[in-house]
Design a protein around this ligand. Structure first.
Ligand code: NAD
Ligand code: UD1
Length: 331
């Protein structure tokens, strides 16, 4: 039996593939390389000694994805594939709704048709909107501020309804907080296209001298030092969280936050990065970014109680590994 990992050459998917291969799972990757490169397979092979099976397919196209279900005996689907740039989703909403929703629909339909009982979906803390922290899975979801966020909330509802209608189809919705860091080998990590929107990729590019300084979006939030607070999670901890979710799959629909439970401010992250890597990061305070919330961090008790999973890596590890990856990246 194999695990189908969609988006498996991407940032979070590739780290999860490494964890699964190291644990002895058979992995099949489905990715159309829209936001990743084929050489990630070489890197995965170098790390694990195993080359996973790979299909260059668009998961939102039924004709491309269904043959995989005919050819292989699939035990579970880990569905990472999707577009993720928030700003781009505001400019190109249909592109986001089409890719992210059709991917979820076609995969869920194939899962039901070919009796795949386990479906794990990459959701995001963004579905909580501007809510009460720490964010708990039982909170009523609030509107997100962009089409990307809506595709996550709608995908969650679609998968929930499919599970309600099919008792053999079980779904785990994983709400990621802020994944950063990279594999300790420095071989795989996040490679943003164009100007990074997220804090850590921007920060590492400043450290490398690719950008002059970091803009800190607002210092007048009601937080410890006025800057935005987020729950940064090391991508390897996040990857291990997927294996825990796979092993501990329950019947029906289950939702878990994957975070550390601890919030860090922008300034705290900058200071930790500077200290761990002995690099000065020039920054300027600028206006708030539209759509940002003051603070977002997880209540992580449910994942711990149900899946026996918690994070192991520190903010220092995240800063060190992010920099090690960026430093070794050939531009
Ligand atoms: P990523 O862009 O690095 O990886 C996504 C992969 O999916 C890419 O390799 C891309 O080529 C592939 N892909 C996109 N559309 C496809 C399609 N139609 N068919 C086949 N492959 C397709 O992104 P990531 O950071 O690894 O994120 C993985 C998932 O986690 C995404 O669904 C994302 O929305 C979600 N997520 C990410 C974050 C984050 O901060 N990175 C936070 C919350 C949720
Ligand atoms: C952003 C997205 C969210 C998505 C998540 C992961 C927005 C509004 N939200 O979340 O939907 O799920 O990424 O992909 O885009 N910051 C700076 N300077 C920068 C970049 C960021 O000060 O150059 C600050 C932000 O204001 C925030 C923190 O750093 O307080 C983290 O930002 P970011 O990495 O973009 O993540 P989120 O805002 O949590």
């Amino acid at each position: 039996m194999s695990i189908l990992v969609t988006g498996g050459t991407g940032y979070i998917g590739s780290h999860t593939v490494v964890v699964l291969l190291e644990a002895g799972y058979d992995v099949i990757i489905a990715d159309n390389l829209y936001n990743s490169k084929l050489d990630v397979l070489d890197k995965i092979e170098t790390i694990t000694g195993i080359r996973p099976m790979f299909y260059n397919v668009d998961v939102s196209k039924r004709s491309e994805i269904e043959p995989l279900f005919k050819m292989h005996s699939i035990e579970a689907i880990l569905h990472f594939a999707g577009y993720k740039a928030v700003g781009e989703s505001v400019a190109l909403p249909l592109m986001y709704y089409r890719n992210n929703l059709l991917g979820t629909i076609e995969l869920a339909d194939c899962a039901v048709k070919y009796n795949v009982s386990k479906f794990i979906f990459s959701s995001s803390a963004t579905v909580y909107g501007d809510n009460i922290v720490p964010l708990h899975e039982d909170l009523p979801l609030l509107p997100t501020t962009n089409p990307y966020g809506e595709t996550k909330a709608i995908s969650e509802r679609i998968l929930t309804d499919v599970a309600k209608a099919n008792s053999d189809f079980n779904v785990t919705l994983l709400r990621y907080f802020n994944p950063i860091g990279a594999h300790a080998s420095g071989l795989i990590g996040e490679i943003p296209v164009g100007t990074p929107n997220n804090l850590m990729p921007y920060l590492t590019q400043v450290a490398k001298g690719k950008r002059t300084h970091l803009s800190v979006f607002g210092d007048n939030y009601p937080t410890v030092d006025g800057t935005g607070v987020r729950d940064y999670i090391h991508v390897v901890d996040l990857a291990i969280g997927h294996m825990a979710a796979l092993k501990g799959m329950h019947d029906g629909v289950n939702v878990y936050n994957l975070g550390t439970g601890k919030g860090s401010s922008v300034l705290e992250l900058i200071q930790t990065f500077e200290r761990v890597n002995s690099i000065k990061i020039p920054y300027q305070i600028v206006d708030r970014r539209q759509g940002d919330v003051a603070a977002s961090y997880a209540d992580v008790s449910k994942a711990y109680n149900d899946l026996n999973w918690k994070t192991e890596k520190s903010l220092e590890d995240m800063c060190r590994d992010s920099w090690f990856f960026e430093k070794n990246l050939k531009d």
